[in-house]
Design a protein around this ligand. Structure first.
Ligand SMILES: Nc1ncnc2c1ncn2[C@@H]1O[C@H](COP(=O)(O)OP(=O)(O)OP(=O)(O)O)[C@@H](O)[C@H]1O
Length: 318
C-alpha cells in the first residue's frame, strides 16, 4: 500500500558570498549546497495500519510526509502508494485517495465558518450532498464541534480548529490519512477525544493513518507500528512494545518514602508527595535513610526516556 525503496531527498540551498565581489560572483554562478534530509529509506506500510513516524527535530519526518504526499519528489530511490502510484505525479485519482493535515498549515479560512471550507472541499472531492450531510453530522458529533460549524474560524479555540482541520482532511474518506503533529497545543481531554475519533475512523473505514508526533502519548495511543528516523536514516521499524523491549533498560528505581524528602537530592526526581525516581539501578545511590523508605522498585524506562537515550546516542556517534 505504501512502499519506499532506498528513497532519498536532498534540499539544495544556496550559499551567499560576502562583500561586493561575492555578490558579483553569485550573480554569475551561485554556490549550491546539498542538504541530505532523507537517506536511503526503505519501509512498507499495509492497508489499514496506523504508523507512527518518530524522530528528533530535523530528523526528516516532515520531509518524508511531503515526499509521501507528492509535495516533494524523491532525489533517488522510489516511493509508491496504493496501486503503485508515484505521488509526485499528483494524479487526481491519487489526490482523491489521500487526506493530509500538516500541523502548521491550515485549510480553514480565518474569517469564514468551517462549514464554508467544508462545502468547498465537497465540491473539490465531489462528495455527494447526502454523504456530505451524513459525514458532517457524524464527524462533527464525534469530535463535539457540531455547534461550532457556523462560527467564524477566528472565534474558535485551537482545539476546535484542530478538530475541524481533521474533518477537512477526511471529509472525502481517503484511503490514507497523513497527520503531522495532530495534537500540538491541545489539552488532555481533547487529545483523548481525537485518539478515540481516529481509532473509530480507522476501525470503521480501514483508513491507513501515518502520523508524526513529538507527543509519545499520541504514538502509544494510536500507532500499531513505529518507524524511527534520525538524520534522515531509519533507526528502527517495528511495534511499539518491540521498540520498548529492544531499547528499554531496567535502570530506573522508584522509591516510596514515609514522608516527603526535603530538600530534594540532586539525583532524585519527585513523582508525587512521597514517590521519587532515580535514573540508575544502583540502590547504593539512594540518598535517603533506610528507615524513611517504604519500598524500592526497579522500572522499565518509558517511551520518552527510551527515545531521549536513542536520539542522544545517535547524535553522540556523529
Ligand atoms: N526548505 C528547506 N531547505 C533546506 N533545508 C531544509 C528545508 N526544510 C527542511 N530542511 C532541512 O532538512 C532536515 C529535515 O527537516 P524536517 O523539517 O523534515 O525535519 P522534522 O523531522 O520534520 O523536524 P521537526 O520535528 O523539527 O519538525 C533538517 O536538517 C532541515 O534543516
Amino acid at each position: 500500500m505504501i512502499q519506499a525503496k532506498d528513497a532519498s531527498f536532498n534540499y539544495i540551498s544556496y550559499t551567499k558570498g560576502t562583500g561586493l565581489t561575492g555578490t558579483l560572483k553569485d550573480f554569475f554562478k551561485r554556490n549550491t549546497k546539498k542538504i541530505p534530509a532523507i537517506e536511503n529509506l526503505t519501509f512498507s506500510i499495509n492497508p489499514g495500519e496506523v504508523i507512527g513516524l518518530l524522530g528528533p527535530n530535523g530528523a526528516g519526518k516532515t520531509t518524508l510526509i511531503k515526499m509521501l504526499t507528492g509535495i516533494l519528489p524523491v532525489s533517488s530511490g522510489k516511493i509508491s502508494l496504493l496501486e503503485n502510484i508515484d505521488p509526485f505525479k499528483k494524479e487526481v485519482k491519487y489526490l482523491n485517495q489521500i487526506g493530509v493535515m500538516l500541523g502548521q498549515k491550515s485549510q480553514l479560512i480565518w474569517d469564514l465558518p468551517p462549514m464554508d471550507t467544508l462545502l468547498m472541499l465537497r465540491e473539490i472531492y465531489k462528495v455527494s450532498p447526502e454523504d456530505f450531510k451524513n459525514r458532517i453530522q457524524y464527524l462533527a458529533g464525534l469530535l463535539s464541534v457540531k455547534k461550532q460549524l457556523l462560527v467564524p474560524v477566528r472565534k474558535l479555540s485551537l482545539g476546535q480548529r484542530t478538530k475541524f482541520e481533521l474533518i477537512c482532511a477526511i471529509i472525502h474518506y481517503p484511503k490514507i490519512l497523513f497527520l503531522d503533529e495532530p495534537t500540538i497545543g491541545i489539552d488532555v481531554s481533547s487529545q483523548e477525544n481525537i485518539y478515540k475519533f481516529l481509532k473509530k475512523i480507522n476501525t470503521e473505514t480501514n483508513m491507513t493513518i501515518v502520523l508524526t508526533s513529538h507527543n509519545t502519548k499520541d504514538i502509544e495511543a494510536l500507532a500499531q507500528r513505529v518507524i524511527v528516523i534520525s538524520h534522515g536514516k531509519k533507526l528502527f521499524e517495528g511495534t511499539t512494545p518491540s521498540l520498548t523491549s529492544k531499547f528499554a533498560s531496567n535502570d530506573i528505581l522508584e522509591i516510596t518514602t514515609k514522608e516527603p524528602i526535603i530538600p530534594l537530592p540532586n539525583n532524585m526526581t519527585q513523582l508525587s508527595d512521597t514517590k521519587y525516581q532515580i535514573n540508575d539501578k544502583n540502590t547504593s545511590l539512594i540518598p535517603v535513610p533506610a528507615k524513611q523508605i517504604i519500598s524500592v522498585q526497579q522500572k522499565n524506562s518509558d517511551l520518552d526516556t527510551i527515545l531521549i537515550n536513542l536520539f542522544r546516542s545517535e547524535s553522540d556517534e556523529i
